[in-house]
Design a protein around this ligand. Sequence first.
Ligand code: ATP
Ligand code: MG
Length: 363
Amino acid sequence: MSSSAASDSRALLSVRELRTHFNVGDHAVKAVDGVSFDVQEGKTLGIVGESGCGKTVLSRSIMGITTASNASTSGSVTYCGTELAGKSKRELRKFWGEEMAMVFQDPMTSLNPVVRIGRQLTEHLRAHKDLSKSEANDLAVQLLTWVRIPEPKERLSNFPHQMSGGMRQRVCIAIALACSPNLLFADEPTTALDVTVQHQILNLLAQQQQERQMGMVLVTHDLGVVATRTDDIAVMYAGKFVEKASTSALFSGMRHPYTQSLFWSIPKTSEPKHTRLSAIVGRPPNLAALPPGCSFADRCPYVQPICREVEPELQTIDSHSFACHLPVGSSDAEAALSANISAGLPQSKGAAARREAHQGTLT
Ligand SMILES: Nc1ncnc2c1ncn2[C@@H]1O[C@H](COP(=O)(O)OP(=O)(O)OP(=O)(O)O)[C@@H](O)[C@H]1O
Ligand SMILES: [Mg+2]
């Protein structure tokens, strides 16, 4: 993954300075605000961040399926060298299915509640592939088997409401993979699944990647999944990427205090029973009224006056990008944390305790 200003012509997907703002009254909700990244063939970019930071709006904006009438999108999205920004829905439809596909976070938004599952699958298959009715039917059964739906033949006659949430999610994964896309956006694809099925589905996606060099953007709240299933990680906060790096570089030396706080909030099995979870102090900011300076300043244990005045730029050192005036691990950050602890700043006291508890567990 890289993020240089010019788009990477060898990349499967190049996104540059993408913005999606929603106009609400006199304000703009800056859901996605200047995001840039590349995805290479066969690689997975994991996107993590708290609820409401813009992960779904980002994926939908890239696919060109932001339907809200109050949305305005700008920036560049290049797929295999072709600029998609500015294309009509009719033109974009040529890319959906076989080139790019998406597993939606809420399966009910992509399944038609009054059409049987079998018809939804076969119609999708026949719209994209030259198949007879019975060939499409056979392939639909094969796809449901693939995503571990028991009694797949019988399930074809079900309406979505007759399936569990986890089954509906697997149907959506089957539909997304039906036409063997080159690029898959998977928005929380395994959230509603139990751990065993989750593992099987993630293996299925990994197998697709190996066999066909499929690129993937994996949005997830599950930091365990992101640690083991991605090549690169982007950490999103208040509509922006605040840190991105290869997965190994991020885990061996995270630089943004938000990333650190996010990973510190993972409960550890080695902790004694009833240990309090280390939640991040405060709440994410209102995207319609962002504070000046760094959006994370109010919650940051290292905060200094400059953080509230000047917005930090995304800087890149050895392919590791982060937007922070006092990056984790720097002597300035250490000095700021000590000063904030002495001053009794609540988030800094919490951070000091968490640091002690997590010492040596992230590498
Ligand atoms: N049509 C809209 N009008 C105004 N604001 C919107 C609209 N659609 C989305 N938003 C706002 O955009 C922000 C980002 O939403 P998004 O769904 O991308 O969050 P998310 O990171 O996917 O969260 P989650 O992890 O809960 O799925 C939210 O603050 C949301 O309220
Ligand atoms: Mg979402």
